[in-house]
Design a protein around this ligand. Sequence first.
Ligand code: 13P
Ligand code: SF4
Length: 307
Amino acid sequence: MDITRLINEIREIAQRKKAVILVHNYQLPEVQEVADFVGDSLELSIKASETPAEIIIFCGVHFMAETASIISPQKTVLIPDYEAGCPMASMINEENVKELRRQYPRAKVVCYVNSTAAVKAESYICCTSANAIKVVNSLKDTKEIIFIPDKYLGSYVQSKVPDKKFILWEGYCPTHARILKTDILKLKEQHPSAKVMVHSECTLEVIGVADAVLSTSGMTKFARETDAREFIVGTEIGMLYRLQKENPDKKFYPASNKALCPNMKLTTLEKVFWSLQDLVYPVKVEEPVRSKAKLAIERMIALSKQD
Ligand code: 13P
Ligand code: SF4
């Protein structure tokens, strides 16, 4: 079936079944085209909490669908490919968090949303790449922060909040780790007027040569609002589609073509169609983990709504 026909058919079934299709910025172009909403992790969590739809089709990775299910247990949350996980989220488990809390009893646990529900349940508050600094700064009476699982995001936040002590975990994103400082410096030589924007999951070395350190949707805003005509983009290469589509007169160069997240690419248009048609694959977080994890997510969302 051709892509436009499939997209129309998916839209028609979604309307009939009262489903909303939420799509992460790294998804394949055609999956972005079928979305009700495309965004970063924070925006998608907020959309999931506010939507009146009865079914949420989450085109992203497993922790994102879990987050939606934690917030809205009465809704049917579906992921089109059950294998779409996030390797960083698998780098820590709830026992590791309990042990950290035993070791540092005065510290509060700040948990990057790229984590399992069980890990969130052992944490005080969640954060995303869009609000990590704000979340840590909100913990005014806490001097020690256990930041999990992303050591690169954690060390970036630490550099911006020097008055707190950080205990970091050895987790990282294998996709963003593939972006090297030398890649960016080479591109800078070829495009000297390009602005460098990088994701906060990049290494500190890469962050050190960036003009802006952003979440994925932060990048769309930066590209739109900055006068520059050219950008070097240090994140998963799926991001380039939306940037180019929204800014047809500007140029975007991927910092590295190796920065491809295989999990984000598992979702195809056909799988979205089957997901809606057969109501597969449900993602549901059981009690008591759900209620405990919800507290950590709600603390974060409440902070976002203060703006
Ligand atoms: P964003 O929250 O910036 O969209 O990032 C999610 C993610 O998985 C980045 O690798
Ligand atoms: Fe996880 Fe990295 Fe893929 Fe994001 S890009 S989903 S952090 S592996």
